[in-house]
Design a protein around this ligand. Structure first.
Ligand code: NAD
Length: 477
């Protein structure tokens, strides 16, 4: 049932040149379900040569034709969603409904960028002399190296691929080694939809070895990475050294401010509903729930109910609402953060331990009154753990929300226009959503500030970073 995973290089789906592979594990059973090839330098050289050829071809293809190709890819992704989603659930663990939703949403993202391909306008700038024409042209930046993680094997890759391909760039994608097959199925949709073979290569291997080789390579003109802040800083430094453009979508530790005048039922329903999606392995998941005194107990109780309502199990089973953590590294990482918080005096409201003894399941967990020096108040939890702390007053709420170096998403619930205005202007985050969860639609900008990175992965803004500006000024003779 789990497909053979291959590299896609220069028009061929193929194993690594040296024949090396690495196991892929079902995180719900800990059983090996397949392998992925491990690309080394010879494979990367082939992918880079293809990217160079592919760029020459694709940039010369009309925006209209690129858009039509992307729309065909979107249709294929939608058609194939049922089988791709099953594969995603097997390798990543999320419930089938979430995997299906992610795959279908991928098709919407491709369609959005197909439209943008036809709107990458330049400008005509009025000249100082009558015989002069001044044009600001937009050109694709060149071959792009993309690095995408395992939490959303399709969503993280599709944003980069769609924006790059819409503008006429070619791509070498290093997909997620923990969840390679669903990402490969996405790449197949683009190729079957008509993206020329040299334009899109897919590799897996040792992430550091691949990024160390691709980023400095002269063929690569831009780097786009989604993953942890720590790795993102290393890759940004390397890209800077070689003057490569970058987009960095990094970690977050989203505050959710619940003011005393908030609709608490709404806040708990929406925040509690999003907290445990994908077992909390979501960069924009609400993690620090900061509630004022009069609503604090209701918020704690609401989150405890949301946690206890979850049905854990294999994502392919009917009725399961939360799967395991996606790989073996997350279980000790999440456990250590929770144990540290409890040891420092946090109140364990529910959960707080591994669930079962097979698979990387961690019980949906709510911690309250967590001291500020606990690790989990400062490091991204990236798991099914909600922190609910009592904080009173708008100044104190905003100060705690902005305390961390992260600045990805932030949420707020209030009945007051004044508090909503203050959150809109004072929260240090790339995305602020007030009184609803309104983040991550294809047409909206998606990205962070501070240590959460820079550049956008959504909306019209996402196209910008794949385009260079060229001034052409011409005098008529
Ligand atoms: P990690 O930091 O080792 O890896 C995160 C991602 O970066 C993985 O996909 C990995 O393959 C890739 N990566 C690691 N080193 C790389 C390198 N030198 N070059 C290129 N890619 C590299 O950690 P992990 O255990 O896989 O994940 C844990 C942390 O990663 C989480 O706590 C979270 O902060 C972060 N993360 C963030 C996102 C996101 O959506 N922003 C997604 C996945 C993971």
């Amino acid at each position: 049932m789990y497909p053979q995973v291959l590299l896609h290089i220069a028009g061929a789906w193929r194993p690594a040149a040296a024949g090396e592979t690495h196991p892929v594990v079902d995180p719900a059973t800990e059983e090996e379900i397949g392998t992925h090839p491990v690309a080394r330098q010879a494979d990367l050289d082939d992918a880079l040569a293809a990217a160079e050829r592919g760029f020459a071809l694709w940039r010369a293809t009309s925006a209209f034709e690129r858009a039509r190709t992307l729309r065909r890819a979107a249709d294929l992704l939608r058609e194939r969603a049922p089988e791709i989603a099953r594969v995603m659930t097997l390798e990543q663990g999320k419930p089938l409904a979430e995997a299906t939703g992610e795959t279908r949403a991928g098709a919407d993202i491709i369609e959005w960028f197909a439209g943008e391909a036809q709107r990458a306008y330049g400008r005509v700038i009025p000249a100082r002399a009558p015989n002069v024409t001044q044009l600001s042209l937009r050109e694709p930046v060149g071959p792009v190296a993309c690095f995408t993680p395992w939490n959303f094997p399709i969503n993280q890759a599709v944003r980069k691929l769609s924006a790059a391909l819409a503008t006429g760039c070619s791509v070498v994608l290093k997909g997620p080694e923990d969840t390679p097959a669903s990402c490969a199925a996405l790449v197949r949709c683009f190729l079957d939809g008509g993206v020329p073979a040299d334009v899109l290569s897919l590799v897996y291997g040792d992430p550091k070895e691949i990024s160390d080789y691709l980023i400095p390579h002269p063929v690569i003109r831009k780097v786009s990475f989604t993953g942890s802040t720590q790795i993102g800083k290393q890759l940004a430094a390397l890209a800077g050294l070689h003057m490569k453009r970058i987009t960095m979508e990094l970690g977050g530790h989203a505050p959710a401010l619940v003011f005393r005048d908030a609709d608490v039922d709404l806040a708990v329903k929406v925040l509690g509903g999003t907290k445990f999606r994908n077992a909390g392995q979501v960069c924009i998941a609400p993690t620090r729930i900061l509630a004022e005194g009069p609503v604090f107990d209701a918020v704690v109780a609401g989150f405890a109910q949301a946690a206890e309502r979850q049905t854990l199990g294999h994502g392919l089973e009917e009725g399961v609402t939360m799967g395991p953590l996606a790989h073996a590294r997350r279980l000790p990482a999440v456990s250590a953060l929770v144990e540290d918080a409890v040891a420092r005096g946090a109140r364990l409201v529910t959960g707080g331990q591994r669930h079962g003894n097979k698979g990387y399941f961690y019980a949906p967990t709510v911690l309250a009154d967590v001291p500020r020096d606990a690790r989990i108040m400062n490091e991204e939890p990236f798991g099914p753990v909600a922190i609910v702390n009592r904080i009173d007053g708008a100044d104190a709420l905003l100060a705690e929300a902005n305390r961390l170096p992260y600045g990805l998403a932030a949420y707020g619930y209030t009945g007051s226009q004044v508090s909503a205005d203050r959150m809109s202007s004072e929260l240090e985050a790339g995305m602020v959503s007030i009184n609803h969860h309104g983040i991550a639609l294809p047409e909206l900008p998606f990205g962070g500030v501070k240590d959460s990175g820079y550049g956008s992965e959504g909306g019209a803004e996402a196209i910008e970073s794949y385009l260079s500006v060229k001034l052409v000024t011409r005098a008529a003779l």
